[in-house]
Design a protein around this ligand. Structure first.
Ligand SMILES: [Fe+2]
Length: 195
């Protein structure tokens, strides 16, 4: 699957234009599913893993699911500053990354290592505002992804991607999931609002 996705991203005109990064989340990758069947495989992988993730975090029940998949084609030196996502649950799947000699997940670093300029890392920040002040209760995690790594996290979690050194583009696909309980409790009113 990764081989086919990599070929798709490296040859499709949509991902070869100069402003492809700025436009990456303005569409849905699955618009191209008929052009590359591997996108359908990836779509199923995301939704299967979403079910597992929801069970793991204790979300049970019937939901209406809306979601967006969007690509990140990141050339050498590309980075993404700290941000979070406007959705409930987010995920990312890595198609191609540069080889690294760091573990897949580093979650026990001292706070002083927080500031080290690691290359090609996904940094998951402590979600507690100003938790880094005064040290003692600060936590963060760094992911050094491999091809085939898929990560789920709550969309509110601030994260960033540090630059990489590879001449080959880092390829990943991100997902934003919106889940709405089907069984709305009787004390909540439902209406449609147009503004
Ligand atoms: Fe993100």
């Amino acid at each position: 699957m990764n081989h086919r996705l990599r070929y798709f991203f490296s040859t499709h005109e949509r991902f070869l234009c100069d402003d492809q990064a700025e436009k990456s989340d303005q569409g849905n990758l699955m618009e191209h599913a008929s052009e590359e069947p591997a996108l359908g495989e990836l779509d199923s992988l995301f939704t299967d893993c979403l079910e597992t993730y929801c069970r793991e975090i204790g979300w049970r029940g019937d939901f209406d699911l809306e979601y967006q998949l969007f690509p990140n084609v990141a050339p050498k030196g590309h980075y993404v500053p700290s941000h979070n996502h406007v959705s409930h649950i987010s995920a990312v799947y890595y198609v191609h990354t540069q080889p690294v000699d760091r573990p897949l997940l580093v979650s026990d670093e001292d706070v002083t290592q927080y500031w080290r300029p690691d290359r090609g890392a996904l940094i998951l920040h402590d979600p507690r505002f100003n938790a880094s002040l005064c040290g003692g209760w600060h936590y963060h995690a760094k992911v050094f992804p491999r091809p085939g790594t898929m990560i789920f996290f709550p969309s509110f979690l601030w994260h960033e991607v540090t630059p990489h050194d590879s001449e080959e583009a880092r390829l990943s696909v991100a997902a934003n999931f919106f889940l709405t309980y089907r069984n709305v409790p009787p004390y909540l009113r439902q209406r449609q609002l147009t503004v």
